[in-house]
Design a protein around this ligand. Structure first.
Ligand code: NAD
Length: 390
């Protein structure tokens, strides 16, 4: 039956003072396809209830815990119940919440990293397959139109065989012990119980890993990593240098850092093939640089018809004409458009548009956890290469 209404989104996390929950709420509602109807917004029930006024949702649907949310929402008639749940909590909560909401019959959109270990990631994969529910993972950098164009160029073979991938994600915001000052976001990120085995890796290294695999379609097979903790007393790494081997024989470098003073979110990627190369920067996301031997560098600019002609996925992910910048929130929104179209198709019992299937999922989440596990193993090993065991 046609689902001729906005999808109803519930949220776990994103309470007062939280960072990414608000970005999700703005992004999800951007295209008129989704409305936030309630949630369990904070680990502290009182703070969750504070969101009633801020969000103008039915106060009865702002819950004190995610367990209460599941219980009360499943008791509602299907015509009122939340259709999917977005999880924006610290990393250690992703798995138990995703597991419980999937078992209760909801679709899920989850923040990265998907879990805090590989076993949890595998269990979630099994659960997604057995429930048949749709699972989206918010690797938001895949949502940029020019990243989709890069993917279509690279995977379309226009660079020839890919030889080398350089991907970097330097930040500088953790160059001091911010976690000791009561800073909300820094506190849990520096705690292995809440963050996972690699601090910098879980927070931004997985974004770099996912971006390289998304654009090229290649899989990392071996890592040679150095993890460093520069800030005295910090319990997790804050800097990563890593060599990478890919499954087509390509080699690469992945560098991520939270102590690189002056850097904000300087994610960038360079892909070098036998006949051409690509370059893209997150802080200037509307441009993709395409390079050929003995030719001037081409600058492909978002919003022009030539982009949509080359990459229908990039065209679909574009809202504004060329020259009016689109950026971070729109990239999240693009993942929500594809995810929600897929959820809607599932609810209607039909096949989704192929372009709608273009969002990171539980398999990408497992790849991320395998990457992190191998990163930590490699950093502690005297062998040059550590294999990513699937
Ligand atoms: P944050 O500390 O700002 O917010 C976390 C929120 O979750 C808080 O409101 C907290 O009270 C709430 N919370 C914690 N446990 C909860 C529970 N059991 N039930 C209900 N609410 C709970 O953290 P953040 O920076 O917004 O990060 C949240 C997640 O988003 C992390 O997994 C992080 O890795 C991810 N993240 C992703 C991106 C991205 O670009 N995709 C950017 C930032 C953060």
């Amino acid at each position: 039956m046609k689902v001729d209404r906005k999808l109803r989104m519930g949220m776990v996390g994103g309470g007062p003072g939280a960072f990414i929950g608000e970005v999700h709420r703005k992004a999800a509602s951007m295209d008129g396809l989704i409305e936030v109807v309630g949630g369990a917004f904070d680990i502290d029930p009182e703070k969750s209830f504070q969101m009633r006024d801020e969000l103008h949702v039915d106060p009865a649907r702002v819950y004190g815990s995610y367990a209460e949310m599941i219980e009360k929402e499943t008791a509602l008639p299907e015509s009122e119940r939340m259709d999917f749940i977005t999880i924006c909590t610290p990393n250690n909560w992703h798995f138990p919440i995703a597991r419980d909401v999937l078992k209760a019959g909801f679709h899920v959109m989850c923040e990265k990293p998907m879990t805090i270990n590989v076993d949890e990631a595998r269990e979630l994969g099994d659960l997604v397959r057995s429930t048949g529910k749709i699972f989206g993972l918010m690797h938001n950098y895949t949502g940029y139109p020019m990243v989709k164009l890069a993917r279509d160029i690279a995977r379309g073979g226009e660079l020839g065989k890919v030889r080398k991938i350089v991907v970097r994600y330097p930040q500088g915001w953790l160059a001091t012990a911010l976690e000791l000052t009561g800073h909300i976001q820094a506190s849990w990120r520096a705690d292995p119980e809440q963050s996972g085995a690699s601090g910098c890796g879980g927070d931004i290294g997985t974004h770099a890993e996912n971006l390289a695999e998304y654009i090229t379609g290649l899989k990392m097979t071996h890592l040679c990593a150095e993890l460093t903790t520069f800030v005295e007393g910090r319990r997790l790494d804050d800097d990563i240098n890593c060599l990478v081997k890919y499954d087509n024989g390509a080699s690469g470098v992945l560098h991520a850092s939270q102590i690189s003073i002056g850097e904000e979110n300087n994610l960038g990627i360079w892909i070098y093939g036998e006949t051409g190369a690509l370059e893209w920067h997150q802080e200037h996301p509307n441009y993709l640089y395409v390079k050929r031997p003995d030719e001037p560098v081409q600058v492909w600019r978002r919003g022009n018809d030539y982009v949509a002609e080359k990459s229908p996925a990039a065209g679909r992910a574009t809202r504004l004409p060329a020259g009016h910048p689109e950026a971070f929130i729109e990239a999240f929104a693009n993942n929500y458009v594809n995810f929600s179209d897929t959820v809607r198709a599932s609810m209607e019992g039909i096949e989704p548009d192929l372009l709608a299937l273009d969002f990171p999922d539980v398999e990408d989440g497992l790849r991320g956890m395998l990457f992190l596990k191998t990163l930590v193993e490699s950093a502690g090993s005297s062998e040059k290469w550590t294999e990513i065991h699937i």
